[in-house]
Design a protein around this ligand. Structure first.
Ligand SMILES: Cc1cc2nc3c(=O)[nH]c(=O)nc-3n(C[C@H](O)[C@H](O)[C@H](O)COP(=O)(O)O)c2cc1C
Length: 189
């Protein structure tokens, strides 16, 4: 697949199954991630790889977090929360480690980590895999941050789910003209 087709045709894959990426494919994915644009070469990111049985431990952590908000969480919601990480064979937690910097605002560092996530998704697509960027309340919960070992200046940019797409998705057509304008406007516009 050529690079432009990849960029034009990538879609998120919410339904993913085994097999997940091989270790060689993961290396390709992480190599793409760390080529993200990065003001000041701060490398303000790190990644946690969670696969196989370890996904259940993440589900347990999500459940603990949900129970800390609502100790009476109904069994059905508890089960749903625990099962979230099982939606794909492989998850990468993308963490921004943004520090105060004289020239590079924290926001720019977080954006840079977001670019890592997008590079990973594009690399997965190029490898014939599927991927989906997810966040939800479990990306922001202090219990989850603690359980995953985040320090205060770190934040979760996303959980990127990887696997084999269960089925292909149609690529939606978007009109670029809705989002693009020339500035300053000319009389002919
Ligand atoms: C920062 C971020 C967080 C997201 N979190 C979720 C999420 O928690 N759940 C979800 O269904 N989609 C989430 N999405 C959206 C999907 O990853 C995806 O972009 C969306 O479903 C559109 O599909 P497409 O990428 O094929 O256009 C998130 C996207 C971004 C950029």
């Amino acid at each position: 697949m050529d690079a432009l087709s990849l960029l034009h045709e990538r879609v998120s894959m919410p339904l993913l199954e085994a097999p997940g990426p091989t270790s060689e494919q993961l290396e390709q994915i992480f190599t793409a991630a760390v080529r993200a644009p990065d003001h000041g070469a701060l490398k303000p990111w790190r990644f946690l790889l969670i696969e196989g049985e370890d996904r259940a431990a993440l589900g347990e952590l999500f459940t603990q977090a949900a129970l800390s908000d609502n100790p009476d969480l109904p069994a059905e919601r508890r089960q749903k929360t625990a099962g979230k990480p099982l939606r794909a064979p492989c998850i990468v937690v993308v963490i921004a480690k943004a520090v105060e910097h004289a020239k590079v605002p924290v926001l720019e560092q977080q954006i840079s980590a977001g670019c890592c996530a997008q590079n990973m998704i594009l690399a997965a697509h190029a490898l014939g895999l599927g991927a989906m960027w997810r966040t939800g309340s479990m990306a922001y919960h202090p219990t989850v941050h603690q359980g995953l070992g985040l320090v205060p200046e770190e934040s979760i940019i996303g959980y990127v789910y990887f696997g084999t797409p269960v089925r292909q998705r149609r690529v939606p057509k978007l009109e670029t003209s809705k989002f693009v304008a020339r500035w300053p406007e000319s009389d002919n516009d």
